[in-house]
Write a protein that binds this ligand. Sequence first.
Ligand SMILES: [Zn+2]
Length: 331
Amino acid sequence: MTSAKGAESQNLDQILKDKMPALGIDLGGTKIGCAPVCDFKVVGEPKKLPTPKGADKIIDTLVGLIEEARRDHILRGVGIATAGIVDTNTGEVIGSTGNLPGWAGTPIKKVIESRTGLPVHVDNDANAAAYGEVKTLGLTDKTCVVAVTLGTGIGGGIIMKGELYRGAHFAAGEIGHLRVNLNNHRLCTCGLFDCWEAYGSGRGFRATAKELLTNVTVDQTPLAALLPDPPVDQVCSAASQGDIIAKRIVETWHQHVCAGIVTLAHTLDPDCFIISGGMAKFVDYELLKELVIDKCLPRVGERLDIHQSTLGDVAGIIGAAQIALDHLVLN
Ligand SMILES: [Zn+2]
């Protein structure tokens, strides 16, 4: 009788535990977003703060957000998604990131665990977003899904049979640095030349616009007045209104996006690509698919699905929290 009761209360404990959220935190170069997450869903009010300068101030801000969330929720743990290559065992950023100066080398997991007493998992932001997308969309049975973040830069996450592929040194998915040109034409933020990111990202789009608008007069297109840094949305809206030079810029950018996708398609032969990030809304998915089919081996390109993310901004938050719940707290 006693043992049956014990088992019952143990079950109840487990049920209650299963309902406890983890706090998902997405740490970006300009802002920090967070929300409590349970069962792949945001279960409380999301918060957003500007990212402070310097590692100590970032840590203080993260601890503050965790303590604030604890007033309303009993947290099982914390998942942090950050830019940079992350050693997921130690929870430390081991590859520098231009967007967060001084952040590399910070023992994030150790410091936050000791200050909050909660289990913490730290992951690369694009990997976390990929995990969030795949788990939320129920794509865990797919052989391979590649999530591409097209933003100011380009990030990626590779999920095989529902699990992140991290590589031998935690750097798998650093797809922004695939080499797409051999002419040493454009310098990437990483210091190398001709990375995919220097062409296919928002920054790459603006560089292409600048190149194609040089020596063009305002009589030919009003966009020439927007130099030296033509905004992406204005170029895209001019293209949709029939501006010939704007159309050429947008089509060239699609060819640049296609270049990285084709390399990844031939390397990984994935079921699908999920595109997210600030530039995802500017992609013409039919045009991109056409370009990819044209440049891929027939069996690879035709069966490939390329679509826009449905989670948008919260993918990193959901993914970071869910990895913590799935891998860290249970183990
Ligand atoms: Zn690069």
